[in-house]
Design a protein around this ligand. Structure first.
Ligand SMILES: *[C@@H]1O[C@H](CO)[C@@H](O)[C@H](O)[C@H]1NC(C)=O
Ligand SMILES: *[C@@H]1O[C@H](CO)[C@@H](O)[C@H](O)[C@H]1NC(C)=O
Ligand SMILES: *[C@@H]1O[C@H](CO)[C@@H](O)[C@H](O)[C@H]1NC(C)=O
Ligand SMILES: *[C@@H]1O[C@H](CO)[C@@H](O)[C@H](O)[C@H]1NC(C)=O
Ligand SMILES: *[C@@H]1O[C@H](CO)[C@@H](O)[C@H](O)[C@H]1NC(C)=O
Ligand SMILES: *[C@@H]1O[C@H](CO)[C@@H](O)[C@H](O)[C@H]1NC(C)=O
Ligand SMILES: *[C@@H]1O[C@H](CO)[C@@H](O)[C@H](O)[C@H]1NC(C)=O
Ligand SMILES: *[C@@H]1O[C@H](CO)[C@@H](O)[C@H](O)[C@H]1NC(C)=O
Ligand SMILES: *[C@@H]1O[C@H](CO)[C@@H](O)[C@H](O)[C@H]1NC(C)=O
Ligand SMILES: *[C@@H]1O[C@H](CO)[C@@H](O)[C@H](O)[C@H]1NC(C)=O
Ligand SMILES: *[C@@H]1O[C@H](CO)[C@@H](O)[C@H](O)[C@H]1NC(C)=O
Ligand SMILES: *[C@@H]1O[C@H](CO)[C@@H](O)[C@H](O)[C@H]1NC(C)=O
Length: 784
């Protein structure tokens, strides 16, 4: 059997007669021309940098010289027209790489500081070095439509894979693949914002700050060096025998190809594509059929149809869009009958030049008809948006919402024989029937999971509602007590239960000794204590959730401020967790974690005014007689108005649990500070130890760092002291916790997501690398 390297040489000697033989270093002064010495080969001869044929001329790029197909993987100045045989590619003595025409014009092939050498590597990367032998430019960092093994796509919106016009024309096409900062790989048309509205496919999960990688086994994965998200499976091919490439293609899909070098007459075969996923069809790419046209997902091939009154711009290339059947510029031209057609089941990009409130669809219809500039209109919920051409991203509508958007389009017909000519109208009817059928088919498909974008991310809302069924037996607001009453209830403040963030808690009984309560006496009455009292009253008075402590009463009597709560006989989570004799079982601990998460979720998302607790820690989580966790101590909480998502405030919370953004000046805090604290508490719940414990060996003292290290080393057992737990569940919990304590608040999940992940409903997306800058690493100012 031939060795692959030998094969490369054999192939290259057969197929690249003009190329300079496998030299690894190219020095200034070297030149290439399209006809002689047309490329620089990589050492094995597999890849070449240089001229390749494009259309009637040549382009400069990187291609697979070692295979007969000469597959192009990178192109310089891809949108410039092909060059003639009269040009020279000159690696000038002053270290530039330029194309020089016979007329003397120069075009830069790539922009970099003066270079000392360049090299076509066997990976397919063309690299330029400076005099210190450092890489200053790489084709891998400036991708066109292809990703090769060892090449990475970074989370940078301006470095993306953009499709080519066609297999043989490498100019920029219409679609792009983006490695998003949120860690999802997503597909969008070119020329839109990167928003949900335009994206048409994404991976089912994300790895924040991850890179998209392809390895030499065809494994496509997103990684941030801690977590991996596998996009396509590894093929386990013998090293060097199979080539792989990922390409963003002109039909809007990514495809991963393999090529077996050991086969004679080898060819590229598709081994992965989003199209292989259920619920994805060839019409997914937005704008696949060009403007004023839509794609019919019925068949196996792309089937483009023009909107009524439009014809294909290029009948031989139907994906290039449609244009008006009539060339009329003047909308009131004689002999033309202008009408509005309602096109059901179709929608297009909502980009209006004029929006008005109109009551009926007929009003909208008429408004467009009477406006010469109006070519189409969308009507939804008494809003009529008039639009001009072209209509982009025309799409078959998935929803059958009764308040759905109606679409109208202006259609012009010649009048003279219009009454006798019904062909056109009939055609339209057929179109509408056709479209309706298609919609039906589409809805069926939709049910089987088409709305991937939204549903994947927001799956299973119901699960969240199981936790907050309000017990309505004592559904009355907190009552007011006098100081004397409370003195009696607590037997003269005799039995102390504990000390909260700003007060002492005493035991008491009400209802003739039937019911035990906890009475919190706020110590001093300073201005901010008053505010805290008010906050606690406001916050807790309006919450009702089984995982939040209930406020039964309060006292606002002269200088005295007291709060009366239901009594939690099992003390706080800290009492339970950190006392070996009371240590709950693993399952119980998981239940506690979920209950806390439900309580926080309720505060964040289910209250009219969002509530940021700001001081989530085990001491503030109380355990009732069934050891059900309830969040307490709302004195530091912050209320957000319904339209508010962040708030500026002084630092609050407790060392060890406060999110790093508290320490950034002027950095507004969001609900994500609670997510951070929850993450720390979760780690404590997992390992039944405090987040900082200086009695432990130094490397274990700080729980977040130690957990992180154990996770990295795959030694999670250490975290639970080798307690018998289900490893997969343990890993899951630790991942959720690490994800919650990410340094960047925007990368932390919402509590909703946390809950889904804890309950095992959502896959666990994977947090990023040393975004876990520990708070202990950054000049930490304490504020208790
Ligand atoms: C190709 O380049 C090599 C080295 O630069 C040179 O020796 C050789 O003469 C060139 N061949 C042609 C046909 O120009
Ligand atoms: C390469 O470019 C340099 C600078 O522009 C020029 O002096 C030199 O003659 C060129 N070489 C060839 C072979 O054209
Ligand atoms: C540059 O680095 C390569 C390998 O990294 C080495 O082979 C080569 O000798 C170096 N060249 C110089 C000028 O240092
Ligand atoms: C993204 O890529 C562009 C172009 O290569 C570069 O200028 C920019 O600095 C990159 N941004 C980040 C955040 O790396
Ligand atoms: C992109 O978003 C910006 C701001 O939201 C907006 O001004 C712009 O029009 C958008 N562009 C496109 C192509 O939608
Ligand atoms: C991710 O996958 C790559 C390729 O298989 C592997 O090299 C790397 O170690 C993995 N990283 C993690 C954190 O699993
Ligand atoms: C994916 O679909 C393509 C056709 O669209 C097919 O050729 C290929 O074999 C499929 N790959 C897998 C892994 O199913
Ligand atoms: C293409 O779509 C149109 C309407 O959506 C339909 O009438 C026609 O039969 C389809 N053609 C093919 C070849 O599927
Ligand atoms: C519309 O196109 C048809 C043929 O496709 C043509 O017969 C008809 O005259 C056109 N109508 C107008 C108004 O241009
Ligand atoms: C224009 O077309 C509409 C419907 O197609 C028809 O009812 C109307 O009589 C036509 N008007 C003229 C002036 O032909
Ligand atoms: C179009 O977008 C605007 C806001 O951008 C919205 O008010 C309007 O309802 C949308 N129209 C339709 C039909 O969705
Ligand atoms: C009227 O219909 C005939 C076919 O029945 C068609 O050839 C002709 O182009 C139509 N005329 C107009 C003005 O649409």
């Amino acid at each position: 059997m031939m060795t692959p390297v030998f094969l490369f040489f054999l192939l290259s000697s057969i197929f690249t007669v003009n190329a300079q033989q496998g030299q690894s270093i190219v020095k200034p002064g070297s030149i290439l021309t399209p006809t002689t010495n047309s490329s620089w080969l990589s050492p094995s001869g597999l890849y070449a940098f240089g001229f390749y044929k494009q259309g009637n001329g040549y382009a400069v790029g990187v291609f697979l010289a070692g295979i007969p197909q000469k597959t192009v993987v990178w192109t310089a100045n891809r949108d410039n027209p092909p060059v003639s045989t009269q040009v020279t590619l000159n690696f000038t003595s002053d270290g530039r790489l330029v194309l020089q025409s016979a007329q003397g014009t120069e075009t830069s092939v790539a922009n970099f500081d003066p270079a000392s050498s360049a090299s076509m590597l066997d990976t397919g990367n063309f690299v330029v070095y400076n005099s210190d032998n450092q890489s200053i430019w790489e084709s891998f960092q400036n991708p066109t439509d292809t990703l090769l093994p060892t090449q990475r796509l970074l989370p940078n919106d301006s470095v993306v894979l953009k499709s080519s016009v066609s297999e043989s024309n490498q100019s920029t096409g219409r679609f792009r693949a983006v490695m998003q900062q949120d860690g999802y790989v997503a597909l969008y048309p070119v020329g839109t914002n990167l928003t949900l509205e335009y994206g048409y496919w994404s991976t089912s999960n994300g790895v924040p700050n991850g890179n998209l990688n392809l390895d030499d086994q065809g494994l496509l994965y997103v990684t941030n060096s801690i977590f991996n998200l596998t996009v396509s499976q590894s093929r386990n091919s013998a090293k060097g025998t199979v080539l792989y490439r990922l390409r963003m293609e002109d039909d809007g899909f990514l495809r991963l190809y393999s090529y077996n070098l050991q086969e004679q007459n080898g060819s590229w075969s598709i081994i992965w594509s989003p199209l292989n996923e259920t619920g994805v069809n060839i019409c997914f790419p937005r704008g696949l059929c060009g403007v004023n046209a839509f794609c019919d997902p019925g068949g196996n091939d792309i089937n483009c149809t023009c909107l009524p009154g439009f014809v294909f711009i290029d009948e031989s290339k139907r994906t290039s869009g449609c244009e008006r059947n009539s060339t009329t510029e003047n909308c009131n031209e004689k002999g033309m009958n202008t009408t509005m057609e309602e096109v059901s089941g179709i929608i297009w990009e909502n980009l209006t030049y004029n929006r008005s409130v109109l009551l009926t669809k007929q009003d909208c219809n008429d408004a467009c008809l009477q406006d010469c500039s109006c070519e189409a209109a969308l009507f939804n919920d008494e809003v009529c948006g008039k639009q001009k051409l072209p209509l982009r991203f025309v799409n078959i509508k998935i929803s059958n919402d009764p308040k759905e958007t109606l679409a109208f389009i202006k259609v012009r017909t010649s009048t003279p024989s219009s009454d006798g000519n019904v062909t056109k109208k009939k055609g339209l009817e057929i179109l509408i029937i056709g479209v309706s059928l298609v919609i039906f088919a589409f809805i069926v498909l939709a049910i089987s999971g088409i709305a991937i974008y939204r549903s994947r991310i927001f799956a299973n809302e119901n699960i969240l509602n199981t936790g907050n069924i309000v017990l309505s037996d004592e559904d009355v607001g907190p009552r007011s007590f006098t100081y004397i009453e409370l003195e009696k209830i607590t037997n003269g403040f005799k039995e102390e239960l504990g000390r909260g963030s700003f007060g002492i808690v005493y035991k008491g009984t009400i209802e003739n000794g039937q019911k035990i309560v906890a009475v919190k006496k706020l110590e001093r009455l300073l201005v901010d204590r008053e505010r805290e009292f008010q906050t606690e009253m406001k916050v807790i008075g309006r919450t009702h959730h089984k995982n939040l402590i209930r406020l039964l009463g309060y006292c606002h009597d002269g200088p005295n401020r007291l709060l009366v709560y239901e009594y939690m006989c099992n003390g706080s989570l800290a009492d339970v967790l950190f006392k070996p004799e009371k240590k709950p079982s693993w399952d119980e601990r998981m239940g506690i974690a979920c209950n806390i998460a439900r309580g926080i979720f309720y505060l964040h998302e289910e209250c009219v005014e969002k509530i940021i607790h700001c001081d989530i820690k085990p001491q503030n989580i109380l355990m009732d007689e069934n050891r059900c966790a309830k969040i307490s101590d709302f004195g530091l909480a912050k209320l957000l108005k319904p339209d508010q998502s962040k708030i500026s405030t002084g630092i609050r919370g407790t060392r060890g649990y406060v999110a790093p953004e508290w320490h950034q000046l002027k950095c507004p805090v969001t609900v994500k500070v609670d997510v951070y604290s929850f993450g720390i508490v979760l780690l404590e719940i997992i390992s039944c130890r405090r987040c900082v414990d200086s009695n432990l060996p130094e490397e274990e003292a700080i729980l977040e760092e130690w957990s992180y290290r154990c996770f990295e080393c795959g030694e999670l057992g250490k975290l639970v002291n080798d307690e018998e737990v289900e490893m997969r569940q343990l890993e899951r919990m630790v991942k959720v916790a690490l994800w919650c304590i990410l340094y960047d608040p925007s990368l932390r999940p919402s509590m909703k997501k946390v809950l889904l992940m804890l309950e095992g409903t959502a896959d666990i997306p994977v947090p990023s690398n040393r975004s876990f800058v520990s708070q202990y690493d950054q000049g930490f100012e304490e504020n208790e």
